[in-house]
Design a protein around this ligand. Structure first.
Ligand SMILES: Nc1ncnc2c1ncn2[C@@H]1O[C@H](COP(=O)(O)OP(=O)(O)O)[C@@H](O)[C@H]1O
Ligand SMILES: [Mg+2]
Length: 234
């Protein structure tokens, strides 16, 4: 991939949910380009289409219309729709996913949770050292603990470690601080900034919290499924 190939390119994305006789337009004509190495947030109130959009960008959901390219490759468009196998591969090779509800496996230790992606798939070129990632995230003294023994911030850090083991190009985070207090939220944002600055991972985050969204270098504001405004740090 050429170094200037965008990480993500979306054109005229639209997602319509059918609820009974009613059509709900969750994402309405969204076009955007995210370059490699960017830290972008989508900020908007509940119901503005953030989760729907990030799920489409991360190939977890399909759009009703529009097109999406990931690393220059068309994932879907009017006449292209990749197979489920190809999509699964992109999900594993390109993305790391982080959610509001950490989704750790309660019966597994920190170490086992973080190694879980390797049980299904190990990206050949990744060669990450999970212990180094755990140390980077300040979890090296927690590796034999189970999720119930951890604080919320620690649980989210474990989820971040798990998202990192396969060396994703793009980290996608849907309300990553939604279950955390403000001090812990700031810690998670510091980790995101470090991952972006020092490890050059592209980050795409959605949040309804303005101060969290402001941590990203580029902020895209959403309302009613539309991009209404955008700002970038100088
Ligand atoms: N599976 C679904 N079926 C029907 N409507 C949905 C579904 N998911 C989301 N919606 C609707 O789409 C709109 C956008 O939702 P969502 O993307 O979850 O917004 P946000 O993450 O910003 O809160 C809302 O009106 C929501 O009710
Ligand atoms: Mg949401």
């Amino acid at each position: 991939m050429a170094p200037d190939t965008p990480a993500l390119e979306a054109a005229r994305l639209r997602k319509v949910y059918r609820r009974g006789a009613e059509d709900i337009v969750a994402v309405d004509d969204v076009s955007l380009t995210i370059r490699r190495g960017e830290f972008v947030s989508f900020i908007g109130p509940s119901g503005s289409g953030k989760t729907t959009l990030i799920n489409i960008l991360g190939c977890l959901d399909n759009a009703t219309a529009g097109s999406l390219k990931i690393g220059g490759r068309t994932v879907f468009s009017e006449d292209i729709c990749l197979s489920e196998t190809a999509l699964t591969r992109i999900r594993r090779e390109v993305f790391g996913y982080i959610f509001q509800k950490f989704y750790l496996v309660p019966t597994l230790t920190v170490r086992e949770n973080v190694l879980l992606p390797f049980a299904f798939f190990r990206k050949a070129e990744a060669r990450t050292n999970p212990m180094e990632i755990l140390a980077f995230l300040g979890l090296d003294r927690r590796i034999d603990h189970r999720p119930a023994e951890l604080s919320g911030g620690e649980m989210q850090r474990v989820a971040i470690a798990r998202a990192l083991v396969n060396k994703p190009e793009i980290l996608l985070a849907d309300e990553p601080t939604g279950n955390l207090d403000s001090r812990t939220s700031d810690e998670i944002m510091t980790i995101f900034k470090d991952l972006n600055d020092k490890k050059h991972i592209s980050i795409v985050m959605v949040t309804h919290e303005m101060d969290i969204g402001m941590c990203a270098k580029r902020r895209i504001h959403m309302k009613d499924g539309l991009i209404v405004r955008e700002e970038v740090n100088a």
